[in-house]
Design a protein around this ligand. Structure first.
Ligand code: CP
Length: 315
């Protein structure tokens, strides 16, 4: 059997490239370690020395607010040195290849590369070429995977719902283009959530999505019934080739989360969104800012989860 490229010969996490294929024990290790770091992030002195002397290179070839910033905060809280490569001012603009850029940063004694790239597989390519002591963390590659977002989503669900064994989770919207949805579905099924639903028009679902272990709904009201967790996704217009929907207004009418539709879920349901949100397109402001929303806590938990991932791979 082929070894998971993220694990070393001892079965320990060497890189974090995808949630797919990661054993339940490793997911548990990351979530438990993150829980221990939540305490650190609430202290007056929010630092631990675990990565002192190590260098973390943030390589973001696509825009980001939450992921890039929380990786930087997480690395600093672990006492690492952080270098944010400004891609627009880098020699990528002169035609330098991705692997040459990484090789040059490696010559500057990098320890961790945090990589976001529009091409699916770019972090896997880098991981195949780095030195044995270097680690790659995928911060989102194309439509493929966003494992730290999936992990912070899992952390948030566990925080509010305690365990996964009786949960019904609905993931709603542009599943087709969503690396977040893929990573979260993989994590939820690995951790034993009994029912994961996807709710979307047919045009925004990957063909054969059922093979991921989800139940498909096209009617949002039917899909929301009795859900414990509602995860809204952004319409990723930048990844759509041509018009896939009649209009934003029509989409909001059928798939936008309003207080009236949310009332069909369980009374104590939580509402999540990875951000950035399109208010009035996939979610109404009254829900995004309402009592069920845990959208901003997701961001805060992201710091502890990214601390956990970096400390585990490089600790
Ligand atoms: N959720 C997420 O990946 O947000 P950013 O694109 O702002 O990093």
């Amino acid at each position: 059997m082929q070894r998971n490229p993220q694990l070393n010969a001892q079965g320990e996490l060497q890189h974090l490239l995808s949630i797919e294929g990661l054993p339940r024990e490793i997911l548990g290790q990351i979530l438990d370690t993150a829980e221990s770091f939540v305490g650190v992030t609430e202290r007056e002195v929010k630092k631990v020395p675990l990565l002192r002397g190590k260098s973390v290179f943030n390589l973001f070839f696509e825009p980001s607010t939450r992921t890039r910033t929380t990786f930087e905060i997480a690395a600093k809280r672990l006492s690492a040195d952080v270098i944010n490569l400004n891609i627009a001012l880098s020699s990528q603009t002169k035609g330098e290849s991705l692997l040459d850029t990484v090789a040059n940063l490696s010559a500057m004694q990098a320890d961790i590369f945090v990589v976001r790239h529009a091409s699916s597989g770019a972090p896997f390519l880098i991981a195949r070429h780095v030195k044995p002591h270097e680690h790659v963390v995928n911060a989102g590659d194309g439509r493929h995977a966003h494992p730290t977002q999936g992990l912070l989503d899992l952390y948030t669900i566990r925080h509010y719902k305690k365990d996964f064994s009786r949960l019904t989770v609905a993931i709603i919207g542009d599943v087709l283009h969503s690396r977040v949805a893929r990573s979260l579905i993989q994590g939820l099924t690995t951790l034993g959530a009994p029912q994961v639903r996807v709710i979307a028009p047919q045009t925004l679902l990957p063909s054969g999505v059922e093979a991921l272990g989800v139940k498909v709904f096209h009617d949002m009201r039917a899909g929301l019934r009795d859900c414990d967790v509602v995860v809204m996704l952004r319409l990723q217009n930048e990844r759509m080739k041509g018009a896939m929907l009649p209009s934003a207004q029509e989409y909001f009418k059928n798939y936008g989360l309003t207080a009236e539709k949310l009332a069909l879920a369980r009374e104590d349901a939580i509402v999540m969104h990875p951000g950035p949100m399109n208010r009035g397109v996939e979610i109404d402001s009254s829900v995004a800012d309402g009592p069920h929303s845990v959208i901003l806590p997701q961001v805060t938990f992201g710091i502890a989860v990214r601390m956990a991932v970096m400390s585990i791979v490089a600790g």
